[in-house]
Design a protein around this ligand. Structure first.
Ligand SMILES: [Zn+2]
Length: 526
């Protein structure tokens, strides 16, 4: 029997080839049990769109060959946890047809996406004039079993520094789900733009959402925008149909220039402030001595609670400069009242207060690893999830302290705003480098962690910050194929990872991504 490789990314747990081939003239019809109606509808829509992009007609196989989606309580024979069982699937390919078994809609969706990858690379399109027995779609017979290593497989898009159209964001989420990425972290606020409607604070969308580019003549229109409630609602449903959970981020109390431009009374100096068109870390942050900041945050959290069903809200907490607090009479008064030693410790008080406000709304807070710099009076609440971005150190420290952790080390290929290669021709931040290989070799569980610490690692993700992104096409070039490597780093079992094999599969996989119309980096991988 000649060995035939499937080249699925991320690499499944196992592939056992058997004798013979499944073949059909058109695409097999996808049908199945009632619990999977939504997943079947989703993948049918995806395949229709994919084939349209490829210039191929969506013709069903005339001999009635089918993909059968069936409920299986235990699709994978291995000893796995409940979460893995629910995300796991089994694909059996025989001469007669294809069967996908899963215990839940999530597992079925992942199975259908692996099948969709096979369609993208193997389906040659139906030809009316072809001889009756000429098949256009061949798959080797055999069985795939698959389940994820980590439950959190994420991607973050910064929609503040560059305001992406919702149709672009949807296309990216769709392609992420092709790789079993299941969390979309939506960075909705920063110094350079605010993207969330908050009805009680209308200036956030009237003023904070737009910025004037000072490189251009003053009479040029402002750039930016925001996502309406209707758009967000529709997008969250679109992502949910792809088993992707949307986690919103509102960055507090730093990165607040856009908020302050609309509500200058919430800053320590009273302004004036502007929605920034420069990039960097700015000293103006929300005034910790002003109670009104919590009125604003309460309404922001109400909006998030109404619009996002996720149990998580990301509260930022990164890169806060403390010099304004140190010079502000209100902040100094607050520091004394709370019995804090330094004004910088006000951040731990704010973080504790925000996590409580979120808990009242049934939400769990996620913060960047700076939230670990707490104070004896205000320890970071145990349930707060720490996102480790300054390398893996923050995540290791957080897991020692009992916090759930998501790894996004900027030192290990997870920062997609960095260049692919250290050459001036490559777009991206010149101070950092994120090669495909670095992302591939990222392991959210570091060798120094003990079992208890390792059990707190939810998974990992990669982030695309948009300071240097001036068009969606540039974003695609920064995302692909690095996100494919990250997807494998967080899905595939450690013992099944092999970079040489990944590189081989990637050649085929990048042709699939071409067919989806994506611009990709194609240089050296390491
Ligand atoms: Zn202040």
């Amino acid at each position: 029997m000649k060995e035939t490789k499937l080249s699925i990314i991320p690499q499944p747990v196992s592939w056992q080839q058997t004798e013979g081939f499944f073949q059909s003239r058109g695409l097999p019809v996808i049908r199945g049990d009632e619990p999977f109606r939504n997943e079947i509808e989703a993948v049918n829509g995806q395949l229709r769109g994919d084939l349209e992009r490829m210039g191929l007609a969506h013709i069903q196989d005339r001999e009635g060959k089918a993909v059968n989606c069936t409920y299986e309580a235990n699709p994978c024979p291995q000893k796995i946890n409940e979460d893995q069982k629910n995300e796991g699937y089994r694909i059996t390919i025989s001469k007669e047809g294809v069967t996908i078994g899963a215990a839940s809609g999530r597992g079925m969706y992942h199975g259908l996406q692996s099948y969709r990858q096979l369609v993208l690379s193997e389906y040659k399109g139906f030809k009316e004039e072809a001889a009756h027995n000429e098949a256009n779609f061949f798959l080797p017979c055999g069985e795939i079993t698959d389940y994820p290593r980590f439950p959190w497989r994420g991607f973050m898009l910064d929609c503040s520094r560059y305001f992406y159209s919702i149709s672009f964001v949807k296309h990216i989420v769709d392609v992420l789900s092709l790789h079993h990425i299941n969390r979309f972290h939506w960075h909705l606020s920063d110094d350079q733009g605010w993207r969330l409607p908050v009805p009680e604070y209308p200036l956030l969308t009237e003023i904070s959402s737009y910025r004037q580019d000072r490189r251009l003549p003053e009479d040029m229109p402002r750039a930016g925008g925001f996502y309406s409630e209707e758009t967000i609602h529709d997008f969250v449903e679109y992502a949910a149909a792809r088993h992707v959970e949307v986690i919103p981020e509102i960055d507090l109390p730093g990165h607040a220039s856009a908020i302050l431009a609309a509500y200058p009374g919430l800053g320590c100096t009273g302004g004036p402030y502007r929605v920034e068109d420069r990039f960097g870390i700015f000293e103006d942050v929300l005034c910790a001595g002003n109670n009104e900041i919590f009125d604003l945050i309460a309404k922001i959290f109400d909006s998030l609670t109404r619009l996002f069903p996720s149990s998580y809200v990301h509260i930022g907490g990164d890169e806060v400069l403390f010099n304004r607090w140190g010079a502000c009479p209100k902040c100094k008064k607050r520091t004394t009242e709370l019995g804090l030693k330094k004004t910088r410790e006000l951040q731990s008080w704010i973080t504790a207060r925000l996590t409580t406000m979120l808990a009242e709304r049934g939400k769990v807070a996620i913060g960047w690893d700076e939230v670990l710099e707490d104070s004896p009076q205000f320890r970071l609440p145990k349930e707060t999830v720490v996102m480790s971005w300054r390398g893996s150190k923050g995540g290791m420290a957080a897991s020692k302290r009992g916090h759930p952790v998501i790894m996004v080390p900027n030192t290990n290929g997870c920062y997609l705003d960095y260049r692919h290669l250290d050459v001036p021709e490559e777009p991206g931040q010149s101070w950092g480098l994120s090669t495909v290989y670095q992302g591939y070799s990222m392991d959210p569980i570091t060798p120094k962690m003990n079992n208890e610490e390792a059990s707190l690692i939810l998974g990992g993700q990669c982030n695309l910050w948009s300071e240097l992104i001036y068009a969606g096409k540039i974003a695609e070039y920064m995302i692909f194929p690095r996100v494919c490597a990250i997807a494998e780093a967080v899905w595939t079992l450690r013992e099944n990872k092999n970079f040489d094999d990944f590189s081989r599969r990637l050649l085929i996989h990048q042709q699939r991504l071409d067919k989806l119309g994506l611009l990709q980096y194609r240089g050296a991988l390491r």
